[in-house]
Design a protein around this ligand. Structure first.
Ligand SMILES: *[C@@H]1O[C@H](CO)[C@@H](O)[C@H](O)[C@H]1NC(C)=O
Ligand SMILES: *[C@@H]1O[C@H](CO)[C@@H](O)[C@H](O)[C@H]1NC(C)=O
Ligand SMILES: *[C@@H]1O[C@H](CO)[C@@H](O)[C@H](O)[C@H]1NC(C)=O
Length: 244
């Protein structure tokens, strides 16, 4: 009677595959220690005294909240398995560096919060892969003094950018003006300097001040009138494109 042998072999095969799946970090269906996972694919790990990025995250995670911990690094390999991620809150951790590969595969990410960390600079390719990013909050990094001029150039879906309460003295707005969906930029609480190469930021914000709540203007030199008119024109042209 060979008949029962087939189903049995099949069951053995299924068990074998299931065991393998459970031990594979890539095909994880579990939930990380000290986190709560729900059936809406939300993983909540806020305020759990974590010092490292959680392991054993469900592959299909859509929202990941790791705020209020002491995580020092976002490991690119682990993070980029989560290709369905749309919401990532990393605020209030100890992140010092975001590399070019950190967000390499997060093409659906719409919300990113990096506020209350210890970042010092943002490189040019850092946010490049985030083509669906709508809101980026990056406030309250007390040592953040440098954002590359092209840092946001590929974030064409970006609507809200908040870089308030950092240590920025300059911000090159050339690529910001060109972003088609941008409607709000938070700039308050930075030690802006309005000298030489930063004039266009000051003028832009001054002319369109209603859009930029909380920007404090400190002129440290007088801008020549011809330069003011020229910059105003460029800025208005930039904004007309932005609004239409
Ligand atoms: C940051 O997280 C700690 C707990 O890890 C909490 O005590 C503190 O209030 C949080 N700070 C902010 C600004 O949310
Ligand atoms: C802010 O930047 C200035 C230089 O522009 C530097 O001297 C200062 O230490 C920075 N502040 C912090 C908290 O890193
Ligand atoms: C701003 O950035 C653009 C693009 O990288 C560059 O061409 C321009 O010279 C920069 N402006 C200033 C004032 O540094």
């Amino acid at each position: 009677r060979p008949a029962p042998a087939q189903p049995l072999r099949l069951i053995v095969l299924i068990l074998f595959l299931a065991t393998r799946a459970n031990t594979s970090p890539v095909l994880s269906t579990g939930c990380p220690d000290r986190c709560v996972c729900d059936d809406q694919l939300v993983v909540q790990c806020a305020g759990q005294h974590l010092t490292t990025f959680p392991v054993n995250l469900p592959l299909a995670t859509r929202q990941l909240i790791i705020s209020n911990n002491r995580i020092v690094e976002l490991p690119p390999l682990a993070l980029n398995y989560l290709s369905d991620l749309v919401y990532l809150d990393c605020s209030n951790n100890s992140l010092t560096e975001i590399s070019e590969s950190t967000f390499g595969n997060l093409r659906k990410l719409a919300y990113l919060d990096l506020s209350f960390n210890t970042l010092t600079r943002i490189e040019d390719r850092t946010f490049g892969p985030l083509t669906s990013l709508v809101m980026l909050r990056m406030t309250d990094n007390p040592g953040l003094s440098e954002i590359h001029p092209d840092a946001f150039v590929e974030n064409t879906a970006l609507q809200v950018l908040d870089v308030g309460r950092n240590n920025l003295t300059v911000l090159n707005i050339t690529s910001l003006i060109a972003l088609p969906a941008l409607r709000s930029v938070g700039l308050s609480g930075n030690p802006w300097s309005c000298e030489c190469d930063n004039e266009d930021l000051c003028l832009w914000v001054h002319l369109e001040g209603f859009k930029f709540q909380g920007f404090n203007l400190f002129y440290s030199n007088v801008i020549p009138a011809w330069r003011f008119l020229m910059l105003s024109y460029q800025i208005k042209v930039g904004f007309r494109e932005l609004i239409t």
